[in-house]
Design a protein around this ligand. Structure first.
Ligand SMILES: Nc1ncnc2c1ncn2[C@@H]1O[C@H](COP(=O)(O)OP(=O)(O)O)[C@@H](O)[C@H]1O
Ligand SMILES: [Mg+2]
Length: 332
């Protein structure tokens, strides 16, 4: 067994599953638990303390915890926020712990900006499943005849997705459908779309320089309520992480495509495929229990994505996460 696998196996029992705090810095804060992040909101300061846990969500449900996942996600988001700040302002203020980002609280736009360059996906709402069933337009974009799974689209497309309430599934819509819902101002949406497109091409450019394909990704944006970019569109949540993106190895992509094989991926597609194919679960009913080996392989891929994207080794913080983060935040 390699050192890394051994160490991940040990970390399986020390994952950051949930945070129990009632106060941070002596203050009682509003709290929002997402599927992956526990958020503590300091309205006075206009700050959101985001604790990135090791929880993994797939098919809109939490299916278990993966060692080091929270740290990988937070440190990759940090990397990309720094790298893309010339394109648009983002919410990052401070990173007081490998698993924590203190962010500027924003008013989220009611839409997720999904950018795609490849015809892929496994969920029933994915562009590939729609194409397979015969659709030749997706979110208002015409798709050529005769394409195969995982093939590159003629050009990157934006496929907005409306944010569902907790527990519901998001819905992909065209620009026209979205605007007809009357939930967002057209000029605001178009500005957000332009930012998404620029971020995606920067992400793809950097990924390519590091031997990867950034096949698709999802951005969340909001309006800053305060600070130097008050009133401006600001990138929030996470960016270009393996949870919000598909990353494939570029090296053998063509070869595998020609043979009809799936690309080698560095994202959570691995877990989605295990859930769908081995466990025969696609989001309905209680999720199956993930075996340790599947969790370890998922962790290896998350870590590999960090190393490949940043070109630097991943250094896991193996201290007991709850005590460590509580100390860093003054949480109790
Ligand atoms: N800067 C911010 N301002 C306001 N909301 C934010 C900000 N950053 C992230 N969020 C929200 O915090 C939550 C993060 O938790 P997450 O686990 O990603 O949730 P979800 O289950 O909705 O994906 C999301 O609801 C996201 O929209
Ligand atoms: Mg999220």
């Amino acid at each position: 067994m390699s050192d890394l696998v051994q160490q991940l196996r040990e970390q399986l029992r020390h994952t950051l599953d949930a945070t129990p705090w009632e106060t941070i810095g002596g203050k009682r804060l509003e709290r929002y638990d997402g599927k992956v992040r526990d958020c503590y909101i300091d309205r006075e300061k206009g700050e959101r303390i985001i604790v990135v846990t090791d929880r993994l969500s797939a098919f809109d449900a939490v299916v278990g915890s993966i060692p080091s996942k929270g740290q990988v996600l937070n440190q990759l988001a940090t990397f990309w926020f720094e790298k893309t700040q010339h394109i648009a302002p983002n919410h990052m203020l401070r990173v007081p712990d490998p698993n924590v980002m203190i962010a500027r609280e924003c008013d989220p736009l009611p839409v997720e900006l999904v950018m795609r360059s490849y015809l892929t996906g496994v969920t029933s709402t994915s562009i590939w499943k729609a194409y397979e069933k015969g659709a030749r337009t997706f979110c208002g974009h015409a798709l050529p005849e005769g394409m195969t799974k995982n093939q590159k689209l003629p050009a990157p497309i934006l496929t907005p997705s409306t944010k569902a309430q907790k527990g519901d599934h998001d819905v992909s819509v065209s620009r026209a459908e979205l605007l007809a819902m009357g939930r967002i101002d057209p000029a605001l949406f178009d500005r957000a779309a332009e930012i998404a497109s620029k971020l995606f091409s920067e992400g793809q450019r950097h990924a390519a320089a590091h031997g990867l394909i950034l096949a698709d990704t999802k951005y969340e944006m909001g309006i800053a309520k305060d600070g130097p970019n008050k009133g401006e569109i600001t990138v929030i949540d996470e960016i270009h992480t393996p949870d919000s993106s598909r990353y494939w190895y570029a090296e053998d992509y063509e070869e595998r495509l020609a043979r009809g094989e799936e690309p080698r991926s560095l994202d959570k597609e691995y877990v989605r495929c295990w859930l769908a194919n081995e466990a025969q679960w696609n989001g309905d009913g209680p999720p199956p229990v993930m075996p340790d080996d599947i969790k370890i392989e998922a962790a290896r891929r998350y870590i590999a994505s960090f190393e490949q994207v940043t070109g630097t080794p991943f250094v896991p913080d193996t201290r007991e996460p709850l005590a460590r983060i509580a100390a860093a935040l003054g949480a109790a």
